[in-house]
Write a new protein. Structure first.
Lengths: 113, 338, 607
């Protein structure tokens, strides 16, 4: 098909119908509570690393669910694993284990290293 | 002589159900552990969505108690099954043998000090929704002068597994919007923020109230839960949250913070459940026979529920449930005995 | 007078023993070499050096006697178990020793035969009694009796562990069972064997009656050998299976003690020092009852003894599960009879797992841009509240109230967010990453010119003490510092006469050995009542950042268990000295939970 250039660029739209997400399924197996997140942002608000960087666990979780992990994985590099997010999370998610598990399941793009 | 029915809990549900039962020809025995009838409604100043004064709802009810035996400052000591009746012993030494017992024990306001990170009981400028109603009702001068920035924190002790309350308390969202508008009237110059996780404007006219709050009162809504509160040397507050729609954390200085304490199961629920030998739900509220078509009946014969004893409800919901409970009891008592 | 009865000084029945003994000695030698080779060169050097350092020599000898032979630690904990172990260990040791002494005294030329002192009675006969001879007969029988009494308790313990005060005991493996039954058999068989020969070779109050009892059958020399064969087979079986059973702890501990006293760290999960440690686990199961997770039956399999077992068997799946689940409270290690570094082993496992599997490398470059702290004067105290404390405002507020009341000039280190102390990162197995945080914090603190670093979080305090090496800065936990202020008369408090129970936070108590300072200070403001178990045996609150995988709902039973322990003597208030314990306990406590500083702040004497 000829691209007339009127379509939305691929990065601008979210192709949720195309999100085939075996990685997220594996993460869910390691830390089932990941789906308990209600995106309240408490973790981000109290994040120790968030004072200095863009770190937002809420955004990380959402991006993983949407298959757009590339955009947020670098944030996790700043995590000090201090556990404040675990303490404030109203859902009782084991956020430290979630972060450690993400590191096992997902791989950072080499260029970002 | 008409048949006695014991109603435990003298809040809106208990009073309304007692009145209905009386109208149906029974003699309700209403028991209230506090010195006055009315429950949480007696403490509230105005009601959403229209700002009707709570006393205008409660006073007519209290003026219409003829034919109802009520005891304040009284608790239930024991409830025992005797053949097809329940024997209810009271702390004042009286006891009643009845065929039907209605539990209208209501809820407890979540103890906001349990969320230490908000500093209730530690920081002077952190208050709860109930404290605010107290103040509105007293008509007193404001506690703090120079109030320029005010925040409302939704879901304090609601949807919170750490607080032991996973459920949504249903009424806090609209209460917060109502109170935000009211406080804006008191402090017209102040900026008022509502920090919410999800806004649940489910009732008739609630959405209108929410629109009014934004359009007329200029209340600013931020989708993000407050995660911690600190204090500076003058007692002003620093509130941390994430604006999750914008995707950035924020820290804002405030002069007053109102915590929307939610509905927790009443402390008496577990004890009464043990007495009548039923298991409360996982959330700690009484579990009716069916949440769909028999919200007032219990697995145990002769025990009925109404109001927030079975979970968070608004005042109109409570009142109509009290009426249906009265009908359910009437039908039970008129049905042929086994 | 003793005389050699069997002139050949040999009988085929000794073969099972000789085989077993040779095998076990060879195995231990190989294992020893393996452990030594696996040590890092620097550690090896440190170890050898410690072996010739007089102070360590004395400590080694003392520990060898106290731990291996007399089981002093176990005596303190449980007298019955203490007696059981020391009677077998010390009794056996004495029997071997006395066998050798007799051989040296009477037939020194046979000493080179491995089996001779063991089967001394078989090869000898008695010709006329001497005082010296009867003395040995008596001693040998006496120690045999001691051992037999120990074995009896052991048998009872195996079937009814509650009688000896153990709630749970380890599940034995098949080889463990073979070892166990052969061990039980050895001494009764020796008793019978020596009973057989007591008529000719002499005996005392244990063996002579056996001889008399079955005189007709016994007195025939051709019946001797069957009993001695049985004795030798039991010994041989025990020795042969020993390396593959928990009884490996007997020889391994002899190596472990000097290695531990040399101060070697655990660097690997099953190499070097760690291997010596794995060998040294006696599978006694003290760690099972010690573990706070044991309140849930499903967690029993996660006790240290099973960690050791899975490491030995190279079961990576279970080893990882156990390593990651642990609260790292250190209670099992504190009670462990061989002082197993249970947390160290788990940490080593986490570290190697992280190194291998984490694919999102840390980047703490942003720390470089962190502003330096304001310069502090000589007298200034730098107060680091820590990450957790910002969620428990009552702590920092009370600490500041107390500091003001005592007239202490202080500065807050983490008003606007803090760099984490690094301990949670370290506990997650990210050692090198943690070092970056440590370095930055160290630099900030040292450059501020602070003299005292005041810490109100037990987790932070431990890593500041253990890993920071702050030069010219005294790291003090607020319990120590406030107690000092009270003692120096700078802080005036009144006694509110409330009954208080103090909870020892894991990292403060077992981690840093601070038990008395908080208690002394609390006695000044209230009436301290003991918990059912406290100090080294305090029970983790369940909130620990040490556990990586334990879910929120599985922590609640631990918390409730710890609370039951604390409220055993009906205190009016629970006092803790760690923000995490405070937050965790507050959720479920039946009585108010207060922070240490909060209690002090409530009882300040107005000057």
């Amino acid at each position: 098909m000829i691209d007339f250039g009127y379509g939305l660029t691929p990065s601008a739209t979210l192709k949720i119908e195309k999100v085939d997400n075996p990685l997220f399924a594996e993460l869910h197996r390691l830390e089932p509570d990941v789906t308990k997140c209600i995106a309240c942002g408490s973790c981000t608000a109290s994040c120790s690393a968030g004072v200095f960087t863009e770190m937002s666990l809420r955004r990380v979780i959402l991006s993983l669910q949407r298959g757009r992990e590339k955009e947020t994985l670098p944030m996790l590099q700043h995590c000090m694993l201090c556990g404040k997010c675990q303490l404030v999370c109203p859902r009782g998610i084991n956020t430290r284990h979630l972060i450690l598990s993400i590191g096992k399941v997902y791989k950072m793009e080499d260029k970002a290293l | 002589m008409s048949q006695n029915i014991v109603v435990i809990g003298g809040g809106p549900a208990g009073i309304e159900a007692s009145r209905r039962l009386r109208d149906l020809g029974y003699t309700p025995i209403l028991i209230e552990k506090e010195p006055v009838l009315g429950g949480h409604l007696a403490r509230w100043d105005r009601l959403f969505p229209d700002g009707v004064e709570a006393r205008k709802v409660l006073e007519p009810m209290l003026a219409d108690l003829d034919g109802i035996k009520y005891f304040t400052d009284t608790e239930v000591s024991s409830i025992n099954r005797l053949k097809d009746t329940w024997v209810v012993k009271l702390s004042n030494g009286l006891s009643a043998q009845v065929r039907a017992v209605l539990l209208t024990t209501g809820f407890d306001l979540f103890k906001a000090e349990k969320k230490e990170e908000y500093g209730y009981g530690i920081y002077e400028r952190v208050i709860t929704n109930a404290d605010l109603e107290d103040w509105f009702k007293s008509g007193a001068a404001p506690q703090f002068d120079d109030v320029k920035v005010i925040g409302f924190v939704h879901c304090v002790g609601s949807r919170d597994e750490k607080a032991g309350n996973r459920q949504c308390s249903k009424v806090c969202c609209v209460t917060a919007v109502k109170q935000a508008c009211e406080i804006k009237e008191r402090f017209p110059e102040a900026t008022v923020y509502c920090f919410y996780m999800d806004l649940r404007m489910f009732g008739r006219k609630y959405e209108d109230l929410y629109l009014k709050a934004q359009k007329e009162c200029g209340i600013r809504f931020v989708r993000g839960r407050v995660s911690e509160v600190s204090e500076d040397i003058d007692g002003h507050l620093f509130v941390k949250a994430e604006d999750t729609l914008f995707g950035k954390p924020l820290k804002i200085k405030m002069d007053m913070l109102v915590l929307m304490a939610g509905m927790a199961p009443a402390a008496s629920t577990a004890e009464l459940a043990r007495m009548v030998n039923v298991l409360p739900g996982e959330d700690g509220f009484f579990l009716p026979h069916s949440l769909i078509d028999s919200p007032c009946t219990c697995a145990r014969e002769g025990i009925f529920y109404a109001g927030t004893a079975t979970g968070p409800k608004t005042i109109p919901e409570t009142l109509s449930e009290a009426a249906s409970a009265a009908l359910a009891i009437d039908r039970y008592l008129k049905s042929p005995q086994k | 007078m003793m005389k050699e009865r069997i002139l050949a000084a040999y009988d085929p029945f000794v073969l099972p023993f000789v085989f077993g003994m040779t095998f076990v000695l060879a195995y231990c030698l190989v294992a020893l070499v393996k452990v030594l080779i696996q040590l890092k060169p620097a550690d090896r050097q440190k170890f050898f050096l410690s072996l010739i350092t007089p102070a360590t020599i004395v400590k080694n000898i003392r520990d060898l006697f106290c731990d291996c032979l007399f089981h002093v630690k176990l005596w303190k904990r449980n007298k019955v178990l203490g007696y059981m172990h020391s009677s077998i260990a010390f009794g056996w040791f004495m029997i071997i020793l006395l066998g050798h002494v007799e051989t040296v005294l009477y037939i020194p030329e046979r000493l080179h035969k491995l089996y001779y002192p063991i089967f001394f009675r078989y090869f000898m006969e008695v010709k006329g009694e001497t005082l010296q001879g009867s003395f040995f007969f008596f001693l040998m029988d006496f120690f045999l009796l001691v051992i037999l009494s120990g074995i009896t308790i052991a048998i009872i313990k195996r079937f009814r562990s509650r009688i000896v005060g153990m709630r749970r005991t380890t599940k034995l493996t098949l080889t463990d069972r073979i070892g166990l039954y052969s061990l039980w058999a050895i001494f009764p068989l020796r008793w019978i064997a020596e009973g057989f020969t007591a008529g000719v070779a002499g005996g005392s109050f244990m063996t002579i009656p056996i001889n008399w009892l079955l005189h007709n059958f016994m007195s025939k020399p051709e019946n001797f050998t069957a009993a001695w064969w049985a004795y030798s087979i039991a010994l041989g079986t025990f020795m042969t299976v020993l390396p593959f059973t928990r009884y490996m702890h007997i020889p391994a501990e002899i190596l472990l003690i000097p290695m531990r006293n040399a101060g070697l760290p655990v660097r690997h999960t099953r190499k070097g020092f760690a291997l010596a440690m794995l060998y040294s686990c006696p599978s006694c199961g003290v760690c099972i009852d010690a573990c706070p997770m044991g309140v849930q039956k499903k967690n029993v399999q996660d006790a240290t003894v099973y960690m050791v077992r899975n490491l030995k068997r190279r079961n990576p799946k279970r080893s990882l599960e156990i390593a990651e689940k642990c609260l790292m409270c250190g209670k099992c290690a504190a009670l462990c009879q061989v002082q197993m570094d249970a947390c160290g082993l788990r940490l080593a496992y986490r570290t190697s797992h992280e190194k291998e599997h984490n694919r999102i490398p840390a980047d703490f470059g942003y720390l470089e841009a962190v502003d330096p702290l304001p310069q502090l004067g000589e007298q200034k105290v730098l107060y680091y509240a820590g990450c957790m404390s910002s969620l428990t405002p009552v702590i920092s507020r009370s600490v500041q109230q107390v500091l003001k009341a005592a007239g202490v000039d202080y500065e807050l280190m983490d008003k606007d967010g803090s760099i984490c102390c690094g301990r949670p990162l370290m506990l997650s197995g990210r050692q090198e990453e943690a070092r970056k945080l440590i370095e930055k914090n160290r630099q900030l603190i040292e450059e501020s010119g602070a003299r005292i670093l005041l810490v109100s979080c037990a987790i932070c305090y431990r890593i500041f003490k253990e890993q920071y090496d702050l030069i010219g800065v005294e790291v003090m936990h607020y319990t120590e510092y406030f107690n000092r202020l009270i003692k120096e008369g700078r802080l005036h408090v009144r006694n509110g006469h409330q009954t208080l129970v103090y909870h020892d936070p894991c990292d403060l108590g077992r981690g840093c050995g601070i038990y008395d300072a908080p208690r002394q200070a609390l006695r000044a403001v209230g009436q301290l009542v003991p918990a059912a178990k406290e100090r080294e045996e305090s029970i983790c609150c369940g909130g620990s950042v040490g556990s990586l995988t334990l879910r929120y709902e599985d922590r609640e039973p631990i918390t409730r268990g710890a609370l039951d322990n604390l409220t055993a003597n009906n205190p009016e208030q629970i006092v803790t000295a760690c923000p995490l314990c405070l937050k965790t306990f507050s959720r479920f406590a039946p009585v108010p939970v207060a922070d240490f500083a909060e209690v002090l702040a409530q009882n300040l004497e107005q000057a």
